[in-house]
Ligand binder design. Structure first.
Ligand SMILES: NC(=O)c1ccc[n+]([C@@H]2O[C@H](COP(=O)([O-])OP(=O)(O)OC[C@H]3O[C@@H](n4cnc5c(N)ncnc54)[C@H](OP(=O)(O)O)[C@@H]3O)[C@@H](O)[C@H]2O)c1
Length: 270
């Protein structure tokens, strides 16, 4: 990559305490970046920062709950107060609820929208002007294969939120062409992280999906990093995931919804 004039660029990674976010932090550190790591849990961020320090990367830890609408601004101000510059923004924090729309607490719906949709938009709006001014920036939005698939029941809002993030990334990618700021939506399929423990579906998905459908967080992170460096607007790791995304594009809605609905029923989500 062509680096900015400072010796080590700095990437802010949300949801860095586990899974894909932690894997991305390792890849960015390996590629010569320093890190600003954020999530709610401090202990795993501290452990990760210590691990990264051994590779020569400096990490700043800023804990916070992105479900709080004031969090993105607070993060921006805390970074500015510390005199840090953000060259790379990785909007990765996320979670899902699979109990059905009517069984899910409205507060959890609000949190999903805030963490995975509103916060990425606000963080991009806050940090992009500085990137454009400096002529260098990277924005990697961790969306999902679910954002490219037909609507699902049970985790009703998750796919639409990720579809939004993909489209918003593609729009910003177009807008920022030629500025030195790259924007990419990363769309992983099933990935081995804490995600399915957090939503209580580990057993269900492990028996429903064979081992070959699962990717490691490290693989997903590497594909995402390289795609953003190459300024690809969207990347989906894995041949099978690309086949599924392609198929979803071409099936008539009625057929696609029928297939996905049947699958959600087998998983007892609807
Ligand atoms: N795993 C998959 O199969 C898969 C597939 C496609 C897309 N994705 C996407 O990949 C991203 C990362 O997920 P993952 O699989 O790595 O899951 P994970 O292992 O559960 O990690 C989720 C991360 O998000 C953070 N987070 C969750 N809620 C937060 C909040 N309210 N405020 C701040 N941080 C919060 C968590 O940190 P704390 O708990 O410490 O706050 C954690 O660091 C998500 O956007 C997810 O939608 C995952």
């Amino acid at each position: 990559m062509s680096l900015p004039s400072r010796p080590r660029p700095v990437a802010l990674i949300t949801g860095a305490s586990a899974g894909i976010g932690a894997a991305l932090a390792r890849v960015y550190a390996e590629k010569g970046w320093d890190l600003i790591l954020t999530a709610r849990r401090e202990a795993p961020l501290q452990a990760l920062a210590e691990e990264l320090a051994r590779t020569g990367a400096a990490s700043t830890i800023l804990t916070g709950d992105l479900a709080d609408p004031a969090a993105p601004r607070r993060l921006f101000d805390a970074i500015r107060t510390r005199g840090l510059t953000v060259d790379g923004l990785v909007n990765n924090a996320g979670f899902s609820r699979t109990d059905g729309f009517l069984n899910t607490d409205p507060a959890a719906h609000k949190a999903m929208i805030q963490v995975m949709l509103a916060a990425p938009v606000e963080l991009a709006r806050l940090f992009t002007p500085g990137m454009v001014e400096r002529g260098f920036g990277r924005i990697l939005n961790v969306a999902s294969l679910a954002g490219q698939m037909p609507a699902t029941g049970g985790d009703t809002l998750y796919g639409p939120i990720k579809s939004f993030l993909i489209k918003a990334s593609q729009g910003l990618h177009l807008e920022l062409r030629g500025t030195g700021v790259h924007v990419t939506a990363l769309c992983p399929g099933y990935t081995l992280t804490e995600f399915h423990d957090a939503n209580g579906t580990r057993e269900q998905v492990s028996s429903a999906y064979p081992a070959w459908m699962w990717q490691t967080a490290d693989h997903v992170a590497r594909v995402g990093y390289e795609a953003c460096e190459a300024n690809r607007p969207k990347v989906t790791p894995g041949v099978m995931n690309n086949l599924l995304a392609g198929l979803a594009k071409h099936l008539p809605d009625r057929v696609a919804l029928g297939m996905v609905g049947g699958h959600a029923k087998r998983l007892k989500r609807i």
